[in-house]
Design a protein around this ligand. Structure first.
Ligand SMILES: Nc1nc2c(c(=O)[nH]1)N[C@H]1C(S)=C(S)[C@@H](COP(=O)(O)O)O[C@H]1N2
Ligand SMILES: [Mo]
Length: 223
């Protein structure tokens, strides 16, 4: 009977909802028990100690001898660094919480690499510039406003937890922008283009939010 089916569907929904609630509540209670402030965890996220791997496509074959990092777009002069040249740039470290749009967060991750600011300071950027489109192997891209891209803590990281990046986490270099959902933290990064408008990147064209603030739950278009 149609009415009966509706009842069964509703019961299923209520049960699933309760399980979800208790999972997230339990996760937060575990944090409090460990003395961790649950306010660090954005709404709809849970904390994991694991380091899940997420990306479209396959892990690229990286050859450091032919690797380069390029900057184009609204700069007076386009720039190119080889791996050795990029490795000689300023170094910095970052300890940050990261938040994936698929709902896992990981606290106190530790990175080392070149501050985005150190690369940016070598550019003569057109005053009309507002955004960047970061690019990687296989045509992957992500867009960011300049103010979010050039924050003091952001890194082009070559090291995670004291060791070179694992291939699936972005070897040899990935962007780390911890205040936005982690899909903006482009793995296998090869450079960026400076723009005077916002242009959607790969996940943004596929339904993800243009900005992606985890504390505002800006997961998808319209959030
Ligand atoms: N080049 C590239 N970088 C990427 C992605 C991708 O598909 N390609 N996915 C993003 C997404 S959706 C997430 S959540 C993080 C995951 O990083 P991790 O695999 O190191 O956890 O990488 C981001 N960087
Ligand atoms: Mo993601």
């Amino acid at each position: 009977m149609p009415g009966n089916n509706a009842f069964v569907r509703n019961v299923g929904r209520v049960t699933r909802h309760r399980e979800t609630m208790s999972f997230f509540t339990r996760n937060r209670e575990e944090l409090i028990a460990k003395g961790i402030d649950p306010a660090r965890v954005p709404p709809g996220q849970y904390v994991t100690e694991r380091f899940p791997v997420l990306h479209a496509g396959v892990v690229p074959d990286v050859d450091l001898a032919s690797w380069d990092f390029t900057v184009g777009g609204l700069v007076a002069e386009e720039k190119r660094w080889t791996w050795d040249e990029f490795s000689a740039l300023d170094q910095g470290t970052l300890r940050a919480d990261i938040h994936c749009v698929t709902k896992w967060s990981k606290l106190d991750t530790e990175w080392a690499g070149t501050p985005v600011r150190a690369v940016w300071d070598q550019l003569d950027v057109d005053p009309a510039a507002t955004h960047v489109l970061v690019h990687a192997y296989h045509g992957f891209t992500a867009n960011l406003p300049i103010d979010d891209f050039v924050r003091a803590e952001n890194l082009f990281a070559h090291t995670y937890d004291g060791a070179p990046l694992e291939p699936e986490h972005g070897y040899p270099l990935r962007l780390v922008v911890p205040h936005l959902y982690f899909w903006k933290s482009v793995k296998w990064v090869r450079g960026f283009t400076v723009l005077d408008q916002d242009q959607p990147g790969f996940w943004e064209r596929n339904g993800y939010h243009m900005y992606g603030d985890p504390f505002e739950e800006q997961r998808f278009w319209g959030d």
